[in-house]
Ligand binder design. Structure first.
Ligand SMILES: *[C@@H]1O[C@H](CO)[C@@H](O)[C@H](O)[C@H]1NC(C)=O
Ligand SMILES: *[C@@H]1O[C@H](CO)[C@@H](O)[C@H](O)[C@H]1NC(C)=O
Length: 403
């Protein structure tokens, strides 16, 4: 009986390590460090090597001039309105799901109430700078996290949202948090924003914690906005030398149940994330604002799930710029992926550098401005009516802050 159990355990361990057919049960490798680079270790990682090889063979670097790296996303979002053009009826239906903006004679107006004033300020920073030559126009901009125009319910509504899944017809716009209005945690009491200055401070942190100086550990810090994050936190509790992942409090926190039965820990500044080689990005309620920042550390980003997106996500390719992770990955699968990166340092560094270079070079504040400008211009071509000034609108002036 004891013997049978032992065989079963060995077989279990072996299926874990032997993906190909070259492996016999006697050659089941141990987990010792010396064995990691053996032939068996190569077999164990075969599917990852194959995925990287395929991705690199198919990858063509995009030309970022005129924010063209993101052009496909804009076309896809707007395509549905090239047939069902945007008229007053559609806008009327969309109005209740967002904030109404009007562009009249080159000036920007907004309905008096904005649900999240700092988010509106983040949006208006860009809008006031791109509308110089725009014809009179109405826009419904959703400032909530969640998209509003479901594909499986009613007709497509032209609502601008910062993030969505393929199940929505919302038109993606660059999030307010590129300028202002991001999550207001204790570290960023005015809300995360100012992508231009974060790029500088994160680049300093990248230089301070160069690849070889980083801790060979995976890192995550955030609140439990989605239970998808649990398995990494559980792995961290079991193997703290491999993963440092813990939950922080958010406004909804009531008891330790909300931090997976452990006390919440303190938030960690984005720049401090750069101390770690492997950084996990999970969705929250929608796409996470953390995402673009993590790349700038020059650390390897493990991006979980591919449903929730912002406008720039599709330009980043799995295995080229980041390690893709299934949203339901078990602690064991997460461990395998992290160990793969640890055991293949040159590959890990290569992917980290490509991810960092892409975000640093092709997602500047100017690229964001460019996306807004093109988006408004192309949207305007799909609109079939000229609005007149609605009631109770307020004039929004260009803010003084420059960059
Ligand atoms: C990118 O596109 C611009 C404009 O079309 C062109 O002038 C430039 O040479 C291109 N750059 C590269 C690296 O291909
Ligand atoms: C606005 O339009 C005018 C006339 O068509 C043009 O000369 C000018 O360059 C445009 N300005 C911008 C900022 O696009």
């Amino acid at each position: 009986m004891k013997c049978l159990i032992r065989i079963a355990i060995v077989a279990l361990l072996c299926t874990n390590y032997c993906l190909g057919d070259t492996c016999s049960s006697e050659s089941c490798p141990s987990e010792s460090k010396t064995n990691r680079y053996s032939k068996d270790a190569n077999t164990k990682y075969a599917k990852y090597y194959a995925a990287i090889e395929k991705a690199e063979a198919n990858y063509i670097e995009c030309n970022s001039s005129g924010c063209k790296c993101f052009a496909d996303v804009m076309s896809r979002d707007l395509d549905v309105f090239s047939k069902r053009r945007i008229d007053q009826t559609l806008i009327q239906s969309a109005k209740s799901r967002g904030t109404l903006y009007q562009i009249i004679n080159g000036q920007l107006y907004r309905q008096k109430d904005c649900m999240f004033p700092s988010r509106c300020a983040g949006i208006e920073y860009f809008l006031t700078r791109v509308i110089t030559n725009t014809t009179n126009l109405e826009l419904v901009i959703n400032t909530r996290d969640y998209p509003q125009s479901g594909k499986h319910f009613g007709e497509p509504l032209p609502i601008f949202s910062f993030s969505k899944t393929p199940d929505y017809n919302d038109i993606m716009y660059p999030a307010w948090a590129f300028w202002a209005g991001g999550p207001a945690i204790s570290l960023y009491p005015n809300g995360l924003g100012r992508w231009d200055t974060h790029r500088v401070t994160l680049d300093d942190a990248r230089q301070k914690f160069s690849w070889d100086e980083k801790k060979d550990v995976a890192f995550f810090r955030g609140s439990r906005t989605s239970s998808e994050r649990d398995n990494l936190v559980l792995l961290s509790r079991a193997k703290p030398e491999l993963v440092e992942a813990q939950y922080t409090k958010n406004q909804a926190w009531k008891s330790e149940k909300d931090t997976l039965n452990m006390p919440p820990v303190k938030e960690v500044a984005l720049e401090k994330h750069c101390e770690y080689k492997y950084l996990f990005n999970y969705r929250g309620v929608a796409a996470s604002f953390r995402h673009k920042h993590l790349f700038l550390c020059g650390s390897l980003v493990f991006h979980v799930g591919d449903e929730w997106k912002e406008f720039y996500y599709d330009a980043l390719k799995p295995w080229i710029h980041y390690i893709p992770v299934q949203p339901n990955a078990s602690p064991k699968e997460l461990e395998n992926l992290i160990r793969f990166a640890q055991d293949n340092d040159a590959i890990a560094k290569r992917i980290a550098e490509r991810g960092r270079d892409f975000i640093f070079e092709k997602l500047t504040l100017e690229d964001v401005m460019c996306y807004w400008r093109r988006l408004i211009r192309r949207y305007a071509k799909l609109v079939d009516y000229k609005p007149t000034m609605a009631k109770d609108m307020i004039l929004i002036k260009k803010s003084k802050s420059t960059h």
